[in-house]
Each structure stands twice: as structure tokens, then as C-alpha cells.
Design a protein around this ligand. Sequence first.
Ligand SMILES: Cc1cc2nc3c(=O)[nH]c(=O)nc-3n(C[C@H](O)[C@H](O)[C@H](O)COP(=O)(O)OP(=O)(O)OC[C@H]3O[C@@H](n4cnc5c(N)ncnc54)[C@H](O)[C@@H]3O)c2cc1C
Length: 554
Amino acid sequence: MALSRATRIIRRQPLAADLLSPIRVPSNTSSSRAGILSGSLPPSGRQSLPPARYISTGASLPNHVPSFRAISTTPCHHFPSAEKMAEEEEEEEDEKERREMLPGLGMTKPGEKPRVVVLGSGWAACRFLKDLDTETYDAVCVSPRNHMVFTPLLASTCVGTLEFRSVAEPVSRIQPALSSSPNSYFFLASCTGIDTRRHEVYCEAAPNSGLPSEPYRFKVAYDKLVIAAGADPLTFNVKGVKPHAFFLREVGHAQEIRKKLLLNLMLSENPGLSEAEKKRLLHCVVVGGGPTGVEFSGELSDFIMRDVRRRHSHVKDYVRVTLIEANEILSSFDVRLRQYANNHLTKCGVRLVRGVVKEVQPRKIVLNDGSEVPYGLLVWSTGVGPSEFVRSLDLPRSAGGRIGVDEWLRVPSVEDVFALGDCAGFLEQTGRQVLPALAQVAEREGKYLAVLFSKIAKQNGGRASATGEVALGEPFVYKHRGSMASVGRYKALVDLRRSKDAKGLSLAGFVSWLIWRSAYLTRVVSWRNRFYVVVNWATTLVFGRDNSRIGGCS
Ligand SMILES: Cc1cc2nc3c(=O)[nH]c(=O)nc-3n(C[C@H](O)[C@H](O)[C@H](O)COP(=O)(O)OP(=O)(O)OC[C@H]3O[C@@H](n4cnc5c(N)ncnc54)[C@H](O)[C@@H]3O)c2cc1C
């Protein structure tokens, strides 16, 4: 009876289109046991208990069954009245009817390949799609962007060391079947809800797309669902961050940052500006001393020392970079490397401030100690947390609110659903820690899952609810290969320790920078982009960075 919050989102919206596409509801016939693809869904669907082994190992009822938790802990005045229940029932019926009417792809028929629906086009999704056996499965990818972002080099695009296209890899190049195979597709849309009982996802096309209805909604039925929808930047509810700060996660963000940086440089040369105003305009503040914040600060200082000094000599002395961090910068790196980064950034003119941001105003930041920091450009990079979409799903939860998965990246208690990358984390009951939000984690999970899907298909488990006695083999194991971060001016840090407390090689300086560049160059997904990156690096080295401000800087 209970509807998930995600499905309720759909209920409130008007009907998208009048195309009819009957959807076959799959039968739920499989059994479950440890090491076996499981998750048979009792009739009560979402309110079902997770597979037995979670209950037996977990002692207490798992905290990832929201409806159970709510009932066991909620005071009686929270129980819905009969009137409200009737209203809900009615709404549920309406919702069912609306869903029936949505256009989309229905359940696969006998003789067709099973369909894998992948939500997202980031590191996890793209690695999975790249390795997926498209002879066995049809793939449908749903994502609001049609490319993967090579995030480790994204900071370099903000100042023009690299061009934007060098870090964006079209999904259809990663998995050509999406554009060439008759039943495989890429849909430019966001998923807004999932009905795990009906094996359907509900999607909304990009706004203002000129489609017959606004917003344009459709549904896609799946045999297997892979959720790889990433995470959102954390703001810790600090007032003013969202309207005034820039994030750095997408190519669009990098474009905005570059545009703003160049705009401020240009504007600061206008006559009549006070000294204080010039200083403010050209004060770049980065909040968050993790690898992204540090790399961006390094790139900025490089840009200032090499390019701004030469091409904006009137205002060169006003340009400053401040990095604000509540604790230590690069806290996951070896202590010697941290010290090196501190010294190097300071030498390059980056002011390191230890502080906690209390509020962001349009032109200044207020810190907890009451001090104020005027800024012209503010980049916010304080880590990531579950996105609104991920939070809206009625699925098990790991620590930190990610989608809870078992050792095989399955979402227990629902059938045929897998989650990976930044949006997923091991459930407490697995006894494993939630893995860090890293590309190397996401990529290896994607690779693992593609192999797992081949195993499942070989045992005829590819179809919805056909997973009965499939042996899954080895669970996913993550081994950290180390971390790298560039700090600007041809210097980088390479920390090859397996974990924070382990011993291992760590080095900093020019050789590390060469290692950093070569390692990431080999990781760039396609030869085309590898070529672009090399050409961009060479062009920057010889001619300096491009500081033309053309339209949207694209
Ligand atoms: C600037 C920067 C530098 C980084 N550098 C490194 C590094 O050097 N090394 C490293 O290991 N890690 C690095 N990371 C972290 C790494 O990029 C992430 O951990 C990785 O991208 C996670 O992959 P993912 O597939 O889970 O999510 P993402 O790559 O973020 O992809 C999520 C995808 O889901 C899509 N999506 C979102 N909502 C929906 C929805 N409702 N429906 C459908 N699709 C949706 C998004 O459009 C996107 O395509 C960096 C991150 C950033 C931002």
C-alpha cells in the first residue's frame, strides 16, 4: 500500500504524453541464498524484509528498511487516519493509471535479449557499459548528460590548461551499441523514480527540450537495473553556498568558473574601480582542502604566475588565491606529502586559511570566528553526499545515506537492482566499510559488475526475476592503488600506500608530476581524447593558456 517517495514525485505531476505502451509486470519466482543472485520479492513488495542472511547476521532489524523502521519507532499520532489511508489508496490508483499511460519501453519479450537499464553516465556507469556483453544484453542508458567527465583533469579546464572537450567522452563512443544496436538506447533524461515491483524506471527529459509536453516523462522497463547516479556536492547547509559558490563536478561547472575568472580579470581593468574593489574581484577563494580543492588552487596559482602576470600586468598584483580548510589539507595523504603541499602552495602564493565557513554572502564569506573574506570567485569543494534523487529512493541505506549494497553490489530486498560508484555503499551487515568516493572505486565496480552480468547471463539469469539459483562467484574486493594530486608549477604528490596507516612509497615533486601526468594520460578513455590532452598540454607549454572569453567559453 505504501508508495515510495520517488513514486510519489510522479503522482504529483501532470500526465506527460498520450502514447500507450503496455507494460508486463514480471512474476516474482526466484529464491534467495547467500552467494546466489537473490531478492525474490514477496507480495508486499517494498515492505518486504531483506534476504534471510541479513536478518540472521544483523541481529537487529537492518536500518535500511525505512518503512519498518518508521512503524516501529513512530509515535501513534503518526499513524495515518482511515480517511488519509483512503485518500492514499485513491491516489495510488490514480498513479497506477497515469503510469500505465506513460510512453516508454515495455518489458522485453521472449526471444529478445534481456534489457539492462543503467542510470548515469559517470565513471561507474561508463566502465560497466564499456565492458557489458552487448551480444547478450540490450543496454539502455538514462542520464542528463551524454558524456562521461574525466574528473581528474577537470580542474585543468577551468584555467585553460586543457580544453573542455578533452575531458568529455561521449557515451556512444564508450559503448557504440547504444547508438547502433536496434534495442539499445541512450536517453537524455533524469530518472525521477523507480518501481522495483514493476521493474520500471520513470524518467524526465531535460527541461525546455521542445518535446510535446513539458516536462516530458516516460518509463523504461528493465530486466536488470544498475544505479550509478553519482553524488552531489556537500554544502553542510551553509547559508548562501548554492546561490553564490561554484561547484566543480561537471564540464558545465568548469565552463562557468573559467567564464567568471576571465570576466573578473577583464572587469578589474576598468577605470574608476577602487583598490578594495579590484582586490575583491580578483580574490579567488577555494573552500575545501581535499585533492580537488588543492588541485584547483594549484592550477589557479600556475595560471596567475605564468599567464596573468604576462597578459594582465595592470592588475597582476591584485590577484590572490585563498584556500580555506577546516582541518588539514589533503588529510588522506602521507604526512610528509601534506607538509610538502603546504610549503609548495604557500610558495606559489596560495594563502592557506584554517577556518570554518559560517555563511556565504554575494561578495564575502563569513567565517565562524567572525572574520570576513571578500571574494570575486568562490569555488566550493568540500566533498560529496547522496543526491536528492538517491535520497528519494525507498531502498536500503549504508552509512552516510548511500544506497546499501551487498558484496556483489546487489541491493538486497529488491530484485534485479544493483548500485555502484559514489551513490552506493556496503551495508553495515556486510562488515565492510563504505568505500571512498573515488573514480578508481567506481571504475572497478563497473568492471566487476560487467563480468558478473556475463556470469548471470551464462546461467540464464539475465531476465527479470529469473535469477533463481545463479552462482555469482567471488564478491567484489577493492584494493586501493594509491592517490595522486597535482599542486601546480610542475609538482605533484604520489602516495602509493594502500591505506592511510599502511607503509609504502610516497613521493613529491617534479618526478611525481611526470608520474601524475602519465598515469592520467593512460587512463583517459579514448585515443581521440588522449590526443587532445597531449596537444592541449603542448600548446599551453609553448603558447601559454588561452584567455579569450568567447560566449559561454565552450
Ligand atoms: C574535480 C574532480 C576531480 C576528481 N579527481 C579524482 C581523482 O583524481 N581520482 C579519483 O579516484 N577520483 C577523483 N574524483 C572523484 C570521482 O570523479 C568520482 O568518485 C566518480 O566520478 C564517481 O563515479 P560515479 O559513476 O559514481 O559518479 P559520477 O561520475 O559523478 O556520475 C554520475 C552520473 O549520474 C548521472 N545522474 C545523476 N542523477 C541522475 C538521475 N537522476 N538519473 C540518471 N542519471 C543521473 C550524472 O549526470 C552522471 O552522469 C574527482 C572528482 C571531481 C569532481
